[in-house]
Design a protein around this ligand. Structure first.
Ligand SMILES: [Zn+2]
Length: 437
């Protein structure tokens, strides 16, 4: 009631001020900025370009030309000779509400059991700042790990200008089935929070998908496999979760609302159900068999491999978990190479949040290149290709006329040393300079 009175009062104040206004306020003129780039990797060209002038007006790029002179009204930024300019980077697999899983800090469980949502939101605010500082101007955040619709709130706070952060494509709570997601291992009589929304049967799955879409999900995230272990024959086995029928209810609902479905899937039955059910992207895909590769190729399914996270915190060698951790990493390398060879559509993703936000997000590029991707293709995976995954081609992940002015720069040449992408010294997002060193 009090709230209604307050909003009525606010309405009255707004109506009064509108009545007293003499004329509509003139919009502030759009600022023009000209950026001189000695070297430019534009996100789509096969080769770098040199001595390029990028003109930004408001939040869009209005021209990109070799040589050329800056418009008279432009503020000029000269980034220097030994610098490479790139489109703002895109990480297609992040968790802003997750803060690493260091056992010394209580691992995953403590974050859900001990921290109030305000604490988790405060830390997510730091995560998104870290993104932007590292040149990642767009992320697809693939679920909040028990923090509800917190990602939608953080996205709104960024868009309203209260906190710095990347453009966010949010997936909200994610979906799995009973027995298909932590927290687990507690007294069954004690209710504990779950890191995803659990549902069973096509009716419930359709309902939770509708609920997540209603509450702001840009993408739907589904866990198609859960735990994994090495069996007696030495094979990595992953527990399947949703049936094809259940997944089809999710995909049908999401696609009906023109949203896409990202599916966490390692291999085996769960991976094949993910493909039969029509997932748009396979997350991790660390055990891709030949049938899965050819189905991904024919269906145009994306792969977001997230290599680096699987090199963190291996359990001791010889223990069941230690065997699993090593099997995951070695199979992943083979799967990634197969996917590359087959020409599967591949977008950059890291699973940051699964490792600490204080670590470099760009470490993923090193693994992609080490496993056979060219540095230019690795950069495209994090720019124009990731933009295509997000259906933002031409607007994000590219330095071209009409694109959003998301522009970063690194010292040196990332084509010669891919780790140069770890030291981003200039970040512009939406036409505004966030970082300049
Ligand atoms: Zn993840």
């Amino acid at each position: 009631m009090l709230r209604r009175t307050a909003s009525l009062l606010l309405f009255a104040v707004l109506a009064l001020s509108a009545a007293f206004a003499q004329k509509p306020q003139a919009a502030a003129p759009e600022k023009t900025i000209a950026i001189r780039a000695a070297n430019l990797i534009d996100g789509t060209s096969a080769q770098p370009r040199h001595n390029v002038l990028i003109v930004v007006r408001g939040n869009r790029i209005v021209s990109v030309s070799e040589g050329g002179s800056a418009p008279a009204d432009a503020e000029t930024i000269n980034l220097g000779a030994n610098v490479t300019v790139l489109p703002g980077l895109i990480d297609a697999h992040t968790h802003i509400f997750l803060q690493g899983e260091d056992p010394a800090e209580g691992g995953y469980d403590a974050q859900l059991l001990k921290h109030p949502s305000s604490y988790r939101a405060a830390r997510a605010t730091v995560s998104v700042r870290r993104c932007l500082e590292q040149g990642f101007t767009t992320i697809r955040d693939v679920e909040t790990e028990g923090a509800g619709y917190g990602d939608v709130g953080i996205k709104e706070a960024i868009n309203a200008g209260y906190i710095p952060g990347p453009r966010i494509f949010a997936s909200t709570r994610a979906i799995s089935v009973t027995g298909g997601y932590p927290l687990e291992g507690y007294n069954p009589d004690v209710p504990v929070p779950k890191g995803a929304q659990l549902a069973d049967g096509p009716v419930q799955l359709r309902k939770v998908t509708r609920e997540q879409l209603e509450n702001g999900a840009d993408w739907i995230k589904v866990y198609m496999t859960h735990r994994s272990w090495v069996d007696k024959q030495g094979h990595l086995v992953s527990q399947p979760t949703l049936t094809v029928e259940e997944l089809k209810a999710v995909v049908d609902e999401a696609h009906g609302q023109q949203r896409k479905v990202a599916c966490h899937a390692y291999g085996g039955i769960g991976l094949h159900r993910a493909l039969d059910g029509g997932c748009d992207s396979i997350e991790h895909g660390l055990d891709l068999d030949d049938a899965a590769i050819s189905q991904m190729k024919s269906q145009g399914t994306w792969l977001v491999p997230t290599l680096s996270v699987y090199y963190y915190g291996w359990a001791p060698e010889g223990t069941p978990d230690g065997k699993r951790d090593r099997a995951r990493a070695s199979l992943h390398e083979v799967s990634f190479k197969k996917a590359l060879k087959a020409g599967i559509k591949l977008a950059f993703g890291t699973d940051v949040g699964g490792f600490a936000w204080s670590d470099p997000i760009a470490q993923e590029f090193g693994y992609m290149v080490k496993f056979g991707m060219s540095p230019m293709d690795a950069i495209k995976a994090a720019t124009s290709r990731a933009a295509e995954l997000l259906e933002m081609q031409g607007e994000l992940g590219v330095i071209a006329n009409g694109a959003y002015a998301d522009i970063v720069a690194v010292a040196g040449d990332p084509l010669a040393n891919i780790d140069a992408l770890k030291s981003v010294n200039f970040v512009m997002k939406d036409g505004k300079v966030f970082k300049q060193q």
